[in-house]
Design a binder for this molecule. Structure first.
Ligand SMILES: Nc1ncnc2c1ncn2[C@@H]1O[C@H](COP(=O)(O)OP(=O)(O)OP(=O)(O)O)[C@@H](O)[C@H]1O
Length: 342
C-alpha cells in the first residue's frame, strides 16, 4: 500500500477535461459530463482523474504522447479550467476561486518550468529570472536578493548578464528552474523540463533537481514520457493512458507490481536494481555484526558490489540493523521471484 505520511498539498477530485464544440463550458454534474463525452462530439482528454499529492514529494506524471499528462498538469495549475471536478491547494478549491485570488496563488505559491524554457531572448539571465517578481510587484531590492539567491542555487551566478542565446540548452533550463524558484513557491510544476536536452545533460539536471529538493523540500509535479526518468526522480509516479490513471505508486511498487500490461511494458525496459531498495528484499539478519553494511534505502545496484564475500547488513536511517541482503536476494528481486524476501 502506498503511504502518504505528510500533509496533502494538492488534491484533484474527479477531474474531467472535454475538448470539442462546447468543451470550455463547465459541466454542472457528472451525468452531464458523461453524456457530453459519450455523445462523440467532445473528446475527453481527462476522464475522472483523482489523486492527492503530499507536501514535499516529487510526484511524476508519466505516460505516452497524448495520454493527457500536460492537460492534467495544466488543469492542476489552473492554466486551463477543468470541465468538471475540483483542484484543491491546501484545502482551498482553485476551481472556485476568483481570477484575482488565483493570480495571487500563481504569483506566490506556484512556479512553472516548461520543456522549451520560455525565456525572453532580449533579457539577460538575471532579467529573465527577475521577470515574475517584477510582474507581481516586488521591490528592486527584494528582486535583486531573490535573483542572486536563485542563481546561486542553480549555479548561474557567473552568467547573470548573458543572454539566453549565449547559453547551452542545459544552461537555459537552469535559468527556467531559477526563474521558477526565485518567487519562492512551495509548489513547482515541471512539464517535460529535461526532454529537449541530450541524455548526459538531462541526467546532470535530474541530479541537480534531486540535490535542490534535498534542501528545499518543494512539492513538485513533474511530467515526463520517460519511464526511467520517472523512476529515477519520482517519490511517486502516476501512469496515465487515454486521460485516465492506470496506476499510482512509488517506483518500487510500480516495478514490482505493475497494475496492467500497459504499465508492465514500461517496466520491461528498466534496470530493477536501480529502483528496488535493499530494505525491500532484506531477509532477517543471520548474525549481529557484518563486515559490510548498506542503508536500507540504498538501491540494490549500490550494494551488489559488496556481496562477493557473503551477506551484507542492512541498516535503517538510525544505523540499526534491520536485516541482510545477498546476491541471491538481488537475483530473486530482478527475476521477479521475491520468495524468501522478508
Ligand atoms: N486544445 C486542445 N483541443 C483539442 N484537443 C486537445 C487540446 N489539447 C490537448 N488535446 C488532446 O488531448 C489529449 C491529451 O493531450 P496532452 O497534451 O495532455 O497529452 P500529453 O500526454 O501531454 O502528450 P505529449 O507528451 O505529446 O505532450 C491529446 O489527444 C490531445 O490531442
Amino acid at each position: 500500500m502506498t503511504q502518504i505520511p505528510r500533509k496533502i498539498r494538492l488534491a484533484c477530485r474527479d477531474i474531467w477535461k472535454l475538448y470539442g464544440p462546447r468543451g470550455d463550458r463547465p459541466a454542472a454534474s457528472l451525468d452531464e459530463v458523461r453524456a457530453r463525452a459519450a455523445g462523440g462530439r467532445s473528446f475527453a482528454a481527462l476522464s475522472g482523474v483523482s489523486l492527492e499529492i503530499a507536501e514535499g514529494e516529487i510526484f511524476v506524471v508519466m505516460g505516452l504522447s497524448g495520454s493527457g499528462k500536460s492537460t492534467l498538469l495544466r488543469a492542476m495549475a489552473q492554466l486551463i479550467r477543468p470541465t468538471f471536478g475540483t483542484v484543491e491547494l491546501d484545502g482551498r478549491d482553485l476551481t472556485a476561486m476568483s481570477a484575482r485570488d488565483l493570480r495571487r496563488v500563481r504569483h506566490y505559491d506556484m512556479g512553472m518550468v516548461f520543456q522549451h524554457f520560455g525565456l525572453l531572448p532580449h533579457l539577460s539571465v538575471a532579467g529573465n529570472i527577475a521577470l515574475p517578481l517584477k510582474v507581481r510587484g516586488d521591490s528592486a531590492a527584494a528582486r535583486d536578493q531573490a535573483v542572486a539567491q536563485a542563481m546561486e542555487l542553480t549555479g548561474l551566478s557567473a552568467m547573470a548578464e548573458r543572454l539566453p542565446g549565449q547559453l547551452s540548452g542545459g544552461q537555459q533550463q537552469r535559468v527556467g528552474l531559477a526563474r521558477a524558484l526565485a518567487a519562492g513557491p512551495g509548489l513547482l510544476f515541471l512539464d517535460e523540463p529535461f526532454s529537449a536536452l541530450d541524455p548526459l545533460i538531462r541526467r546532470e539536471l535530474q541530479d541537480e533537481l534531486m540535490r535542490l529538493q534535498a534542501s528545499l523540500h518543494k512539492t513538485m509535479i513533474f511530467v515526463t514520457h520517460d519511464f526511467s526518468e520517472a523512476v529515477r526522480i519520482g517519490d511517486r509516479i502516476a501512469i496515465m493512458k487515454d486521460g485516465r490513471l492506470c496506476q499510482v505508486g512509488t517506483p518500487e511498487e510500480i516495478v514490482s507490481q505493475p497494475a496492467d500490461d500497459y504499465v508492465r511494458s514500461f517496466v520491461a525496459g528498466v534496470d530493477l536494481t536501480r529502483v528496488i531498495r535493499c530494505a525491500s528484499v532484506a531477509r532477517p539478519a543471520s548474525r549481529t555484526d557484518y563486515a559490510l553494511t548498506v542503508r536500507g534505502d540504498s538501491r540494490l545496484h549500490e550494494a551488489a558490489g559488496l556481496m562477493a564475500a557473503g551477506p551484507v547488513g542492512v541498516l535503517d536511517g538510525e544505523g540499526r540493523l534491520i536485516g541482510e541482503v545477498d546476491a541471491a536476494a538481488v537475483l530473486a528481486a530482478v527475476s521477479g521471484n521475491r520468495a524468501g524476501a522478508a
